[in-house]
Design a protein around this ligand. Structure first.
Ligand code: 4AD
Ligand code: MG
Length: 432
């Protein structure tokens, strides 16, 4: 007997197959059970007629509530009226476990706190199913994009001796007789690797002790960080544009079912085409100054409402470049045309979602970099290895960090990043 999965049923019409899964829901009348079975790859209606399946299976299924596990064998029929387009005419099978009564997540509406508290079970529901399959596809598309362009994947460490993105959001952990910090970004290590391999990326979890309770902040999130030797700000912007277009394209081509579950407006994704608009920080300030709803003061960083105003002008992501050096990280290279600005870029997603990528050309001059480290009062000793990269064969180099959760939320049209990571970590939640 062929064991298959629900997403592959189209290859088996007219054949008898076995499916292994769980009861998503069941309705029964007389000698018929209609089981909506889920198996992780999808949901399909299975019809059990008592005269065909025998008394034992029929009785077992009549006691099988939501999330009972079962294996069913039957004929695959094309059924245009059924969700998914197929139906199983069951001939045999077995119930593995009758789920305990009172499965907490019923088809009725639950509050978000209740759902997050039951995340280990909520993962089985349709919405998380769709979102996390799209997350998987985005991760795969990102890796394929960089691999096919000759980038080497290097893994940056999670225990680090110093800060990368400011000292206010560091998680401290005891490390034998000293202290370590959970990494905020793999960038400094990616820079070392770029000078060894040319083009690299690092992709993994990063940590920030964010006290802000917003829809865009997690304390543990995933970042993909490419870094290129012999590259500048324009190369980074081009790379980000190509990458985002590729990701959206792959999701549109391969995740239609999931996007439909999320009721995603596909026209918004279909609009994500090159070229993306590019504007300077000063130009973005002018847009805000002309908008009576903005409270932005020129020279300051943009708040979430400012980013929304800027990005709402466009139907695709916008790249804002050359921010004031004073509000950006110590490692960003100054703009030779205006040293008060740095060669940085933030990519703001469309539909007002705000920053999804931050990147820059890096300061490659030893003395300038050292003076920035001193100015920021960063521990100079810890940065000696990083300064070595400017002592030995320094070259122009640049890269960016893409926040995976913000990107997945943007593609899925999901409001809050806590829904797009399997087990979200925020200031108020590390359970389950
Ligand atoms: O802009 P950020 O802080 O840039 C860096 O960390 C650089 N070192 C990256 C680099 O150039 N290699 O963070 C990069 C991205 C942000 O644009 C955002 O998408 C995401 O990481 N991000 C967060 N996502 C979820 N929760 C948080 N608390 C985040 N903080 C940053
Ligand atoms: Mg940033």
């Amino acid at each position: 007997m062929t064991v298959t999965t629900i997403e592959k049923l189209g290859q088996h019409v007219g054949q008898t197959v076995t499916l292994q899964g769980w009861v998503y829901s069941r309705t029964s009348k007389g000698k018929l059970h209609f089981v909506q079975m889920r198996d992780g790859s999808g949901v399909v209606q299975c019809v059990l007629f008592k005269n065909n399946v025998g008394d034992e299976l029929f009785e077992a299924v009549s006691r099988a509530g939501q999330e009972s596990s079962l294996v069913l064998t039957g004929l695959v029929k094309a059924e245009p009226r059924a969700p998914g387009g197929f139906e199983i005419d069951v001939s045999s099978g077995a119930v593995l476990q009758l789920a305990a009564e009172g499965y907490p997540i019923t088809p009725k509406e639950h509050g978000i706190d209740f759902l997050l508290e039951h995340r280990h079970l909520w993962l089985r529901s349709r919405r998380p199913w769709a979102i996390l399959r799209i997350r998987h596809t985005i991760m795969m598309a990102l890796r394929n994009f960089f691999d096919s362009r000759g980038f080497v994947c290097v893994d940056s460490p999670i225990f680090t001796p110093n800060a990368c993105e400011g000292t206010s959001t560091l998680f401290e952990v005891p490390y034998f007789d000293s202290t370590a910090y959970l990494t905020q970004s793999g960038q400094l290590y990616a820079e070392a690797a770029a000078l060894a391999f040319g083009k690299v990326y690092t992709f993994g979890p990063t940590f920030r002790a964010e006290k802000s309770k917003t829809r865009r902040h997690l304390t543990e999130f995933w970042m993909l960080e490419p870094e290129m030797a012999y590259a500048g700000l324009d190369d980074v912007m081009q790379l980000a544009e190509d990458m985002l277009c590729h990701v959206v394209d792959v999701v549109l081509k391969t995740r239609r079912t999931e996007l439909a579950v999320l009721e995603r407006d596909l026209s918004k994704l279909e609009a994500i085409k090159p070229p993306f608009p590019r504007m300077t920080y000063d130009e973005a300030c002018a847009v805000l100054a002309a908008n009576p709803e903005s409270k932005h003061v020129a020279g300051d960083d943009f708040g979430a409402p400012d980013e929304t105003i800027i990005s709402n002008q466009f139907d695709r992501p916008v790249m804002v470049h050359r921010y004031p050096a004073a509000i950006k990280a110590f490692y960003m290279k100054r703009d030779p045309a205006d040293p008060t600005k740095c060669l940085s870029v933030d990519v703001l997603g469309s539909e007002g979602v705000g920053e999804i990528i931050g990147g820059s050309q890096r300061e490659d001059d030893l003395e300038l970099l050292l003076s920035r480290i001193r100015h920021e009062q960063l521990p100079e000793d810890f940065f000696q290895w990083y300064l070595d990269l400017r002592r030995y064969g320094s070259v122009p180099h640049a890269g960016f960090g893409l926040g995976l959760e913000r990107t997945v939320a943007w593609v899925c049209g999901v409001e809050h990043v806590r829904e797009v990571i399997p087990f979200p970590r925020t200031i108020y939640r590390i359970h389950p």
